[in-house]
Design a protein around this ligand. Sequence first.
Ligand code: NAP
Length: 288
Amino acid sequence: MTTTSVGIVGLGLIGGSLGLSLRAQGREVIGIAQREETCQLALARGVVDVASTQLSRLASAAVIFICTPIPAIAPTVKQLVPHLAPTTILTDVASVKQPILTAIAPLWDNFVGGHPMAGTAAQGITAAQADLFVGAPYVLTPEPQTPAASVAQVAALIESLGARLAYCSAADHDRAVAWISHLPLFASATLIAACEAEPEATVLALARQFASSGFRDTSRVGGGNPALGEAIARANREELLRVLYRYRQTLDGAIAQIEAADWAGLEQWLTATARARPDYLQTNPDSP
Ligand code: NAP
């Protein structure tokens, strides 16, 4: 147990889950929400020790996690800075790193970019869960000039969540997550939209009725927070387009094999994808 108090701005799925997990370890958590109703929920659910809509309440926090939606991160840091001691460490949880680092650089030196690779289809404080980060990768993207002691302090907090700590540059992060997080979101949303475009009402009704675990798994990330998807597309536009074009090209290849009735080629391709899949699930080997 430590007495270091931790601040969290934005008490939604990610901020709320951080609060639950950090408090379970005996840390004091000061939470900031934009609505009073969220403050009351956060206190009632044991997410925070102190809840407020005023950023000035974070003056005593040693480390502050910024967990607002992506567009609110830099404006929040700008409003927060006048209340901070020079030693305060800021970190964020945004799904995109390079634009955040660029926006924060002129505002605060003691900033460690971060991204937990964990989520659910639900959002808001009512979706928060204490074990959300257990076993999940949590990426930190320190810059060469980021104070090493600050990186170490944030890393220790991340490890205390039971997450699997990883490091890379912000640019490499944004390229990699375009493949395994942002492309799945848009592929999954496209799957739902394509089903919804079925012109025959009877077929559509049956499809909805028969949908089971396969559809649930493949549609989950496309059925989540629309504002987050839009913010990701804006912030990681170039990398997202790069992988979407490659995805379209790969899908065209599969269509061509089916059109050509190239069943042997199709089976070979599916054998290769089945062999490759476990390489992406190393951190969660129990996944089906
Ligand atoms: P969320 O559940 O919608 O929660 C966002 C919270 O931020 C809301 O509770 C809202 O508070 C609060 N908020 C909004 N604007 C604010 C402001 N200006 N000041 C203070 N609080 C503000 O969203 P989330 O899924 O936790 O996402 C938050 C961050 O986590 C994003 O940056 C996202 O990129 C990142 N992230 C998300 C996932 C995921 O799968 N969802 C995974 C990894 C990282 P009120 O209730 O008071 O309005």
